[in-house]
Design a protein around this ligand. Structure first.
Ligand code: NAP
Ligand code: HSE
Length: 431
């Protein structure tokens, strides 16, 4: 006979797991007073039991054997905060198949296997909740799954990686170097085990895939999401963007129209008076545009121990409240007719182009000619940072709306001009 407590097996005792263990142990009475049921930590799975940890967990609770959680009939809920796909996905499947509720912060697993795992949870009449997988402490998953369900969602766009937003903010305002800012983000517990996932937009693509599934009931696999990281940005880009009235933010955008979805992650110029331009540091923001609610903006800390713990424990509270049969778990069923996923070539956007050119007459005319031939209309041109010794200058061009494929082809042709040393950067401008 299961107890009235919700007994929890925790898989992972790192940044997030440590926070969850601490809250369940230190705030157990307060939570139980609020919901009328105790959420009891029973077992904790780690890789290396000798590793020193900030979270105090009784020694007898620690195990390196996943079966001590998966095969324990008294454990009704598993919290997976290990990260990576394997063995995490295997443990999640085993927990669901054993009739255990699951809470995970793992965006990679949810992006790659979310629909199958949700269907498995449904079959076993258990909950699979993943609020912490996107946006840290921001309650975006619950809102897309429940409160905004009546909407046809047109777009989801935002800043959904805390590490890159922290790095970009430090580079823009304090002129920190990239490695220095990344090290700080790691020290604060924001970064993934392999920070390449953050810096190259992989983590944001996983999260966008999760959001797109909930928003459009349409699978958008991470490999179909166009992705550019932040490592190509240079200090001049921040300076020129600022002079032109923009901030640079790494955006994740998915929109749906005419039975097709387009999804992408890249650093973009955002007007300084736009709300997304003001989202700094580890903060994330997600803007959802729905047919009924219009534009709604969710804002909050997107990474770190405390905000993520808040989301994980929130999911456990939901499970504890729904224990003992308050209806089947919610199913996010995919559309019967799958939508096409549009390639980046079909994107229409404004562009910021930074070119290193010979400082001599006629250069701009040659470039303008190539752009004009491809129907790309120039909005503004500024010549910056002339270098008299090398007789070079930086040319910064902004365009009106143009097709991505045309801009890419034009830049290839421009880079072949003898007077162009290099196309230093190409960024989209989001309005
Ligand atoms: P972390 O600090 O690296 O902790 C991972 C924990 O999992 C460690 O305790 C590790 O054990 C354990 N672990 C890993 N592989 C294992 C295995 N094969 N068997 C047993 N235990 C294993 O990671 P984190 O930052 O807490 O992130 C955990 C998850 O939450 C990831 O999916 C991440 O994307 C997600 N997330 C993180 C944040 C954040 O701000 N950090 C925010 C939202 C979501 P040892 O300690 O013994 O090595
Ligand atoms: N590495 C992730 C980030 C953690 O920086 O946003 C939160 O998902």
């Amino acid at each position: 006979m299961p107890s009235q407590d919700l007994n929890v097996g925790l898989m992972g005792l790192g940044v997030v797991g440590g926070g969850v263990a601490a809250v369940l142990q230190e705030q157990g009475d307060a939570i139980s007073r609020k919901i009328g049921r105790r959420i009891q930590l029973k077992k904790v799975l780690v890789r290396d039991p000798r590793r020193p940890r900030s979270a105090q967990v009784p020694e007898g609770m620690i195990t390196t054997n996943p079966e001590e959680i998966l095969a324990d009939p008294e454990i009704q809920a598993v919290v997976e905060v290990m990260g990576g796909t394997n063995p995490a996905a295997r443990y999640l499947r085993a927990a669901l198949a054993a009739g255990k509720h699951v809470v995970t912060a793992n965006k990679e697993v949810m992006a790659k296997e979310g629909p199958e795992l949700l269907a498995l949870a449904q079959r076993h009449n258990v909950h699979l909740l993943f609020e912490a997988s996107v946006g840290g402490g921001i309650p975006i998953i619950g809102c897309l799954t429940n409160q905004l369900l009546a909407n046809e969602v047109r777009s989801v766009r935002g800043i959904i990686n805390g590490t890159t937003n922290y790095i970009l903010t430090r580079m823009a305002y304090q002129h920190a170097s990239f490695p220095q800012a990344l090290k700080e983000a790691q020290d604060r517990g924001y970064a993934e085990a392999d920070p390449t996932n953050d810096v190259e937009g992989i983590d944001a693509a996983y999260k966008l895939s999760v959001l797109a599934y909930l928003a459009f009931q349409q699978r958008v696999p991470p490999e179909n999401i166009y992705r550019e990281g932040i490592s190509r940005l240079e200090v001049q880009d921040f300076r020129y963007a600022q002079e032109l009235g923009y901030a640079i933010k790494s955006l994740a955008i998915a929109n749906a129209a005419d039975g097709a979805v387009q999804a992408r992650v890249y650093p973009a110029l955002v007007p300084v008076d736009h709300m997304l331009a003001k989202v700094d540091g580890v903060y994330n923001a997600v803007e959802v545009e729905g047919s009924l609610c219009g534009r709604v903006l969710f804002h909050g800390m997107g990474a770190g121990r405390e905000p993520t713990t808040s989301a994980v424990v929130g999911d456990l509270v939901e499970i504890a409240r729904r224990m003992n049969g308050s209806g089947p778990p919610p199913l996010v069923a995919p559309r019967e007719q799958a939508w096409a996923v549009k390639p980046i070539d079909d994107l229409y956007s404004r562009y910021y182009l930074r070119l290193n050119v010979s400082d001599q007459p006629g250069v701009l005319a040659q470039i303008a000619h190539i752009l004009g031939d491809r129907q790309i209309s120039i909005a503004a041109v500024v010549q910056k940072d002339t270098n008299p010794a090398e007789q070079t200058a930086e040319l910064v061009i902004t365009t009106h709306t143009a097709r991505e494929a045309s801009v890419q082809q034009a830049m290839k042709q421009v880079s072949d001009l003898g007077v162009v040393r290099q196309v230093s950067n190409l960024l989209r401008i989001e309005e």
